[in-house]
Design a binder for this molecule. Sequence first.
Ligand code: MG
Length: 336
Amino acid sequence: MSPIRLTVEALDLPLKHTFTIARSSASVARTAIVRLRWNGIEALGESAPSERYNEDVASVIAGLDALELGDDPYALERLLTGLPPAQACGLDIALHDCIGRDLDLPLWRLFGLDPARTPRTSFTVGIAGTEETLDKVREVGTHPILKVKLGGGNDLETIEAIRSIYTGTIRVDANEGWSPEQAVKNLAELAKFDIEFCEQPIPAGSPEKLRWIRERSTIPIVTDEDSKDARDLPALRGCVDGINVKLVKCGGIRGALAMIHTARAMGLKIMLGCMLETQILTAAAAHLSPLVDWADLDGPFLTASDPFSGVSYVNGKIVLPDGPGLGVRQTSGSLS
Ligand code: MG
């Protein structure tokens, strides 16, 4: 067997619209593209680290460049254990793509999943003024699910305005932007607009406050920043209705499977989410999506250009690629 060779490079992804959430704003997203070569196979991985979780593209590249990987891409446990999550994510996805290509199987098939059982994804609308928000919603058209970012100060007007022109499902994400008292008040007022659930209403680290909010809200509560990996889940028992699983937070496909199975055992609902990212990361999550209740895998809708293709959508429903591994192809030559 040949040695595993890895190259990792930064990619700046221009976004269609400046993307604003409760704590930050961006018009370009920086991601790390991983290429893994082994036995004539070229596999792809990606990590889109968030400073919220104390990693960035430079730390991912430096960490992965320093690894000695040996010659066995199937040695997932040995290769991935102990790496910081965003680093692990990039390598984990490339290793799974490599294994799928070596076996000539799409990842959904390798995991024994039914590609017909994919959920519909939401389409995320960032924080903006009311008129700009309405323009974005009109642009989204008939897409069946919106995820609206809140925590920007005019939350109720935003949802009221969106509801006046949009009849589909609305879920909201406050990205830790409220206090527990604000959360209870806002959720009570938002309830009349038929909200599917609210993601991470308050800063992470206080499961008992989430329980307090949940006991006072008819809108289900879902964590994101509070549920980084499977180890975070036991503390959330009885405090929330569901969790958002993101590959970059939990170390990739392997970490996501651990979260999904732990959450299922606890009776929690599960969403698969994404970062601002290319089709590589989105496809990696999408292959697991037959296991979950909700998807927020809308990276491809938010980027202005993506050098990779893989997942497609039919009225929001995720269509998994049939090619081996991730089934992702590079469709434009230059990465930057
Ligand atoms: Mg979120």
